[in-house]
Design a protein around this ligand. Structure first.
Ligand SMILES: [Zn+2]
Length: 139
């Protein structure tokens, strides 16, 4: 288990990886980063809303990230980022609560479809952005 409510499996599961025969398994350092993200960001969000976070994309090995055309410098590759939704909670409400209560690196509302959050213990920039699929703007 990672924290009280998360498993590594949730972070490495990917339909694309399965379909393409990519193993998508993180190294020790990458698992460490996922743990940091859970303990500092995801678990506190889970505790506040008392509802499961549905991880739509967690860790992505380089191969998987290329396959889905993720940004080459994506923090998903390092295990520092996750995309999620919470059923029944508007994304903007999550963004507003997280920005006031959680320490993070980047918090991004992506295409109004999910929340991307990252944690980097060495450099938390505290950036809140909106991504429309083409470009980023401040929120
Ligand atoms: Zn993301």
């Amino acid at each position: 288990m990672l924290g009280k409510n998360f498993t590594l499996k949730e972070f490495i599961h990917s339909d694309t990886a399965l379909a393409c025969g990519i193993s998508n398994y993180p190294t020790k350092d990458e698992i460490n980063n996922i743990e940091q993200l859970v303990v500092n960001c995801l678990q506190p969000i889970r505790d506040y809303y008392k509802k499961p976070l549905i991880i739509t994309s967690g860790f992505r090995c380089k191969k998987l990230n290329e396959k889905i055309r993720g940004a080459a410098n994506s923090q998903h590759i390092k295990g520092q980022a996750a995309d999620f939704i919470i059923k029944g909670v508007p994304l903007k409400e999550i963004i507003n609560w997280v920005r006031k209560n959680i320490k993070f690196d980047q918090l991004i509302l992506e295409k109004n479809q999910w929340v991307h959050i990252s944690y980097n213990k060495d450099n938390n920039r505290n950036q809140v952005l909106y991504y429309n699929g083409m470009s980023y703007s401040n929120m």
